[in-house]
Design a protein. Structure first.
Length: 373
């Protein structure tokens, strides 16, 4: 396959299916240390692409590292379909064609391909852990290497928003339907808010980060996500996302909050936060249902709960997240995860060792040993 890579102007990526391939996302990440490259690729052979009859836009993000080095990252792209045997040769050729566009100190290119394998969620009477079961996800293979750490969560829950609301609710597990109704019965009120209420979300997020031992971004990060989206929408940009803040309250007191992103056919649950108080009132269930209903009303076709452990393993540090999100019905999607093409093999090996050690500390050890860390 012959691949051509060239620079492009802004705008063409606004047709991308994923917000992670949009110009909006490139501009947002540019404010937090990443350098976006707006590219487009073209193949001489026939490839079933999302954007038929046109060059395929590609957003590439460069992250600077110490000693004048860097790595390149392509989130959920390119948006095209390839047969299994075509994937590795395609990415090998694409990587070489991308090399001239990258800084001289670039160590590797990391891909997060959009392909996915779908798994049906077990019904209520089959709520059994699958820790020992086989897990299938899209495969690429050499010369690419499976990354030591995934950037985007490779496993997620996708809820089909095309059926009627009653059908979506009926597809949830019985306890989840009960909890949604129970929250309403107990007086949980979900309000849609905006940037002006980010401080409420942030305070709840501080409690969540302390409880679950997760990273806490600065409040300004979330505020800028809202303001940039608003600026793009005000300018009439067709690819600008609709970012919303949802707050679940009881008797005027905020108990939980979510941030969602609606864009075209996709709706994504980006961030969630909750108080340690009144969890028995099930505010997080009410939040998800309110967001799903709003996404459907906006014309979104799919609600992405954005990230779960790969299997229902009770020993996983985030096992509760798996149970919570899969209860809302839909399907489990297993993506390929992150794959790396080394450009400087020796430097890449050193980076890989350091990245793996850091991930073990923050994503495994700290979560499993909350009391001693």
């Amino acid at each position: 396959m012959t691949i051509l890579v060239s620079r492009r102007s802004t705008g063409s990526a606004d047709l991308a299916s994923s917000f992670l391939q949009s110009d909006f996302w490139g501009d947002f990440k540019a404010e937090y240390g990443w350098t976006p490259l707006l590219l487009e690729i073209e193949t001489r052979e026939t490839v079933e692409a999302v954007h038929e009859g046109a060059k395929l836009p590609l957003l590439l993000l460069i992250n600077r590292l110490p000693a004048a080095s860097s790595f390149a990252y392509i989130p959920l792209g390119p948006e095209l379909e390839l047969r299994v045997e075509e994937r590795a040769p395609f990415f090998a050729e694409l990587s070489e064609k991308l090399r001239p566009h990258l800084p001289k100190g670039c160590i590797f290119i990391r891909y997060d391909p959009p392909w996915r394998v779908v798994e049906t969620i077990a019904p209520d009477d089959e709520d059994v852990a699958r820790a020992g079961g086989a897990l299938t996800r899209p495969f690429i293979g050499p010369p690419l290497r499976r990354a030591a750490v995934d950037v985007q969560p490779p496993d997620t829950v996708l809820v089909d928003l095309r059926p009627a609301e009653e059908e979506i609710l009926a597809a949830m597990k019985a306890k989840w339907r009960y909890n949604v109704r129970y929250a309403e019965k107990k007086g949980i009120v979900v309000e849609e808010a905006g940037k002006e209420s980010i401080s409420i979300f942030y305070e709840l997020n501080r409690a969540t980060a302390a409880r679950d031992r997760i990273a806490l971004r600065p409040e300004s990060y979330y505020a800028r996500l809202f303001s940039l989206a608003s600026e793009r929408r005000a300018s009439g940009n067709p690819g600008a996302p609709d970012v919303r803040l949802w707050i679940a309250k009881h008797e005027g007191r905020a108990l939980a909050a979510n941030i969602t992103l609606f864009r075209g056919a996709e709706a994504v649950y980006l961030y969630g936060a909750s108080s340690d108080e009144e969890r028995r009132l099930m505010p997080t269930y009410a939040l998800q249902w309110a967001a799903m209903r709003a996404a459907k009303a906006c014309g979104c076709l799919e609600y992405d709960l954005y990230g779960i452990p790969p299997t229902d393993d009770p020993e996983h540090p985030m096992a509760g997240l798996y149970r919570f999100k899969t209860g809302f019905g839909g399907v489990i999607a297993h993506r390929a995860g992150s794959w790396d093409f080394p450009l400087r093999p020796v430097a890449y090996e050193g980076f890989r060792v350091a990245e793996k050690a850091r991930a073990w500390w923050f994503k495994d050890f700290r979560k499993r040993h909350k009391r001693i860390v």
